[in-house]
Ligand binder design. Structure first.
Ligand SMILES: [Zn+2]
Length: 341
């Protein structure tokens, strides 16, 4: 995305609040089609780009905007450049966040078919809430990520009164304490959306499961995972839609992987968006990956995230999950040993 000053026609690749020369707000100047105007093959691996060969392309759209792009696939100067959406409904979208999280979210959702909502749609947002800790520890969904999602939903026509940000604690820490410390309550309040502790809400029976009524009856459920190496965060967050006693009962009888295999097909209205800009390593220290992932299968999103980060160990829950189709960025383009560097 490019941003143009309507007065002096200067352009920037990042969303400045206003033109520093004319002090007027910038307008979006997005191109429709891109073609390759420069291409270089790189054969020498580096720490952050270990998979060679890859190609560094210079792309240009019909408005004359130019930008650089790393590609696993070879292109020649003059080729048309286009990113195709996924064909498999269980595919995972990968996109790089450059300067604008909102733009990256729109793109990564397009890769898996986009979201279809209107002013009457009931939307439940399930952020990851795992600890009562400040946002920079990345235990929980970050307030920036939640804000960007809520802005996107409102931009698409959803009404604030129809959006519920919901969560539930499965341990002794109250969910409100986690949401408060993580900055999620303040983020939600800015958009006037509703907050709900699922533990106090109603549940409906579906087979062996007792699923929160809000989740079961929503038109769209957004499972907001945050990447943690060696963990299956999206999958674990899905369990928060169940009644605590029901989940613990199921866990007594079978593994998380088995519960997921039964539960995921029941939640057809769910989409996963995984935040992977700043993420936790296995040692809980954070590192920068600059990505966002999307998908309809929590297990697939967790599997792709751990593959991209080259996690030391795959979590038990998804160790048998095979790598799905990916769209947008390829795994090789964005993969490096993020546990170390
Ligand atoms: Zn200007």
């Amino acid at each position: 995305m490019f941003y143009e000053c309507p007065k002096c026609k200067r352009r920037w690749e990042y969303p400045l609040a206003e033109c520093p020369y004319c002090l007027v707000p910038l307008e979006k100047a997005e191109g429709k089609a891109a073609k390759v105007v420069g291409a270089v093959k790189v054969s020498i691996p580096t720490l952050l780009h270990p998979n060679v060969p890859y190609y560094v392309l210079v792309l240009e759209d019909e408005r004359g905007n130019m930008w650089g792009y790393k590609s696993e696939k070879e292109y020649k100067v003059g080729d048309v450049f286009a990113i195709e959406a996924a064909k498999d409904p269980d595919a995972v979208g990968i996109w790089r966040v450059k300067y604008d999280l909102n733009e990256a979210l729109v793109k990564v959702l397009e890769l898996i078919g986009g979201i279809d909502i209107d002013s009457g749609s009931k939307v439940v947002v399930l952020p990851t809430m795992a600890a009562a800790s400040h946002a920079y520890f990345r235990d929980n969904t970050s307030p920036e990520f939640l804000s960007a999602i809520l802005r996107l939903l409102l931009d698409r026509g959803a009404k604030a009164e129809n959006i519920v940000v919901a969560g539930q604690s499965f341990d002794d820490i109250p969910v409100v304490a986690m949401a408060q410390k993580a900055g999620l309550i303040a983020a939600g309040a800015r958009f006037n959306v509703n907050a709900l502790d699922l533990a106090t809400a109603e549940f409906v029976k579906n087979g062996y499961f007792e699923i929160a009524k809000h989740v079961a009856e929503a038109d769209l459920v957004l499972n907001l995972a945050i990447g943690k190496m060696g963990k299956a965060v999206a999958s674990e967050n899905l369990f928060r839609a169940l009644k605590k006693e029901n989940y613990l009962g199921q866990k007594y009888l079978s593994s998380d992987a088995e519960i997921l295999a039964q539960l995921e097909p029941l939640l057809k209205n769910m989409m996963v968006l995984a935040e992977a800009e700043s993420v936790q390593r296995s040692n809980k220290l954070t590192t920068f990956m600059g990505l966002v992932l999307s998908g309809r299968s929590s297990r697939n999103v967790d599997r792709v995230f751990n593959e991209v980060a080259k996690s030391f160990k795959l979590p038990e829950t998804i160790k048998d999950t095979v790598l799905p189709e990916v769209a947008g960025r390829t795994i090789k383009e964005v993969q490096y040993q993020a546990e170390i560097y």
